[in-house]
Write a protein that binds this ligand. Structure first.
Ligand SMILES: [Zn+2]
Length: 91
């Protein structure tokens, strides 16, 4: 006598969207490597700058940023850890 077993598999996928995540690792097209990207206010406080100064540097091309879709600033471009060659590009 054959027995028929019924197995029900249920998969639950959880996608966590961290809205409050102020920084993450991302590829900086200017540094050409993975760096820490932060929202302007967070980048400003960790670099000892004002948020306004961050935007000023972005306008002058001194600070690297990505739009994803909100603005994130490359922390390396603020802390002077950037490649010396990139200085020449920003002059
Ligand atoms: Zn960068």
């Amino acid at each position: 006598m054959k027995r028929k077993a019924e197995i029900t598999l249920e998969f639950v996928e959880t996608i966590v969207v961290r809205q409050r995540n102020e920084s993450f690792q991302a590829f900086c097209p200017f540094c050409r490597r993975t760096v820490e990207m932060s929202i302007p206010s967070s980048a400003a406080s960790s670099a000892g700058l004002t948020e306004r100064e961050i935007f000023r540097r972005i306008e002058r091309g001194e600070a690297h940023f990505i739009e994803a879709p909100t603005l994130f600033v490359c922390k390396d471009s603020l802390t002077g850890l950037k490649d010396p060659r990139s200085k020449d590009l920003l002059r």
